[in-house]
Design a binder for this molecule. Structure first.
Ligand code: KIV
Length: 263
């Protein structure tokens, strides 16, 4: 296992055919668990707005919120590469905005890279960030910040547009690209045609790596669960059981016992 993961590590992993693992993380305790588990990259996704803050979608998330969560994740991480999402409207208005906000995120969190959504339309923005030394991960296919334009959270099937978006992101200098909700054959073709790693979510097994939202895979968020999510644990139920036990023991005078009390 590499000591610390950098964008170069990911490039080498693709060359060597080693799959890349990415999971989202939003706080210190889970960052430590993710890091200690050997996950290669932790994405502080703007999904924090939905699975942690309870917003309807990711659009209300602010740069300050991303910085707060990003800092906590960096504090809990020694090995993994931490990537932080640029939230909606922090980079779409102008390249100057993008530089300023991405710069703040890097400077105020200590993360290793940022991620932004969009393909061809983000070519110049990605290039501008990379030119000033900010590593960028792209994100194409279903881009949740454009949910209102896309008409909902739907599988993206326009092959030519997806190929063009992927090429644009890679040519602009992104070190990797997330591909979300794209049929397996298209995502595989994109992965084989790019020299940078692709990280799939709902994009099949042909991608160079995979990403899942932590709260989905651990069942800590039950408002909805996309069909591409595999449930690796049911921490929601486990947590509920523990809290019910605690509540019962307090009410019955069982807790605190002598071992949890002072003489
Ligand atoms: O915000 C997020 O968690 C993401 C992943 C779904 C890739 O962008």
């Amino acid at each position: 296992m590499a000591k610390t993961v950098s964008t170069t590590t990911l490039a080498n992993m693709k060359k060597e055919g080693e799959k890349i693992t990415m999971v989202t993380g939003y706080d210190y305790p889970f960052a430590r668990l993710l890091d200690e588990s050997g996950i290669d990259t932790i994405l502080v996704g703007d999904s924090v707005g939905v699975v942690v803050a309870g917003y309807k979608d990711t659009l209300p998330v602010t740069v300050d919120e991303m910085i707060y969560h990003g800092r906590a994740v960096v504090c809990g991480t020694e090995r993994a590469l931490v990537i932080i999402d640029l939230p909606f409207m922090s980079y779409q208005v102008s390249i100057e905005d993008a530089k300023f906000q991405a710069g703040r995120i890097m400077k105020e969190t200590g993360a290793g890279a940022v991620k932004l959504e969009g393909g061809v339309t983000m070519r110049e923005t990605i290039k501008a960030l990379v030119d000033i030394g900010i590593p960028v991960c792209g994100h194409i296919g279903l881009t949740p910040q454009a949910v209102n334009q896309l008409g909902g959270f739907k599988v993206q099937r326009e092959k030519e547009r997806l190929l063009e978006d992927a090429r644009a992101v890679a040519e602009a200098g992104a070190f990797a690209v997330v591909i979300e909700c794209v049929p397996t054959d298209i995502a595989t073709e994109i992965s084989q045609s790019l020299t940078i790693p692709t990280i799939g979510i709902g994009a099949g097994v042909g991608c160079d790596g995979q990403v899942l939202v932590l709260h989905d895979m651990l069942s800590l968020f039950d408002r909805f669960r996309p069909s591409f999510v595999k449930q690796y644990a049911d921490l929601g139920q486990e947590t509920k059981k523990a809290l019910e036990n605690y509540s019962r023991e307090v009410k019955q005078g069982i807790f605190p016992g002598a071992e949890h009390s002072f003489k």
